[in-house]
Design a protein around this ligand. Sequence first.
Ligand code: ADP
Length: 508
Amino acid sequence: MSTSLPTLLTFPNGRELTVPTGLFIDNKFVPSIEGATIQSINPVTEEVLAVVSSATAKDIDIAVASSRHAFRTVWGRNIPGVERGKLLNRLADLMERDTDPLGDLEALDNGKSAEVARAVDLPEAIACLRYYAGWSDKIFGQTIEVDDKGHKSASTRIEPLGVCAQIIPWNYTIMMLAWKIGPALAAGCTVILKPSELTPLPALKLAELVVEAGFPPGVFNCVPSFGDVGGAALTSHLDVDKVAFTGSTATGRKIMQAAALSNLKKVTLELGGKSPHIIFASANLKEGPRSCESCHWGVFLNQGQDCVAGTRLYVQAKVYDAFIEELLHSAKEWTAGYGDPFAEGALGGPLVSEVQRDKVAAYVDSARAEGASIVYGGERWQGKGWYYLPTIIGDVTPTMKVVKEEIFGPVLVVTKFETEEEVIALANDSTYGLGAGFHSNDANQCQRVLARLEAGTVWVNQYGQLYPQVPFGGYKQSGMGRELGTYALENYTQVKSVLWDYSGGSAQ
Ligand code: ADP
């Protein structure tokens, strides 16, 4: 029997928190009509944390009708941008107030470090909402001169797209939610958010804050569900105007297909990656530790469950041995930080699910079978929890599965290279193009390399930093469209051209 009653959770640090378990539609938590449920599981204990209602097609119809009604009556063109901005800022204020419980909940549901969730995930999500709150009343069109002997004019209006389905993954629930709802709500769209079936709890807890902030019913609905049920119902729905998706490339393909076969809803996709991270000999070797740190943060943060993880490391031959020695040294520090996500100073915990852990283990086994060497790690941890050790793999060739495919785990593959030309070819030899990073202290080399890397984001002498002001998205099969920055607003608006004749004569 599906429920919508809150569940009391007790955290390893003694915190107690009630979390809603219903579908969030029209500012209320309601059970699924057909009684479908999801079990949200703690990846550390492998025990059920909460049983949450799961949307099926009938619930999706209700959520879409609610969103459409809100769009036509209380949102979209019915509320000034400045008011939308105030509501987004209020939501950000409430998230700031509740940073610790929300961060802890994200860690409990996902297995990531609670300290990192509180210190990084939450502040970044809050900053994103504030950034888009500021844009809410700054979305306007143009006045355009036309050749009309002074009797005609033209202008554009930037109007909200309408009802938007937003489907997010499990690796950064609150951050991905903010990236999605920030520009959509600022632009005047209504949102139906589908969190991952693996981590529905942070999004539901946040829905309580949406009510407290004062958003009208139906502006933000949240429907936990399995991808091939609620997700598929949303992407093929005839009254959804747009779907924004973050997740795997395989699912991205299905979403485009569903959109094309239904009502040609607009689609933006932020998909997988296999991002290269290059250490040139021209990098200041005194900065070795800093570059190593950036390699590790780039691949071991969030247990490597990160679409821009810098998973392919290329080190120039001249500095290879020294760099690898330093890399192994700091890998040990990362390993010491993996464990209980609620321990002080925790850097990582288990992977999100058994399926994900086994997938990672299978990739490392494939590398062994293909003749690569496991330089570091390469093991599950025994005992409870879906842990996998930070792993570094050497002696790889460009055709190995671990070099070609996205692993989504704490696995770094290392390749030695000789020349700049060679490494650019290796780095670009991928169907993905989400991120790329390199370290060099040679300004001319930096200019050459950043221009030639085929990636939506290039980090120079750092890796992985993201800002709400800076667009983010993929080249090649890493996605379509950009999130963040002003570019994301374009995903949620459409342009209406208005042509006027004010001569008093008849229209031509
Ligand atoms: P992963 O395989 O890493 O879990 P997915 O891309 O499958 O990543 O999942 C990301 C999000 O996409 C989740 O919210 C999931 O429920 C959703 N999803 C999965 N399959 C579909 C589908 N066919 N249609 C719509 N959404 C889906």
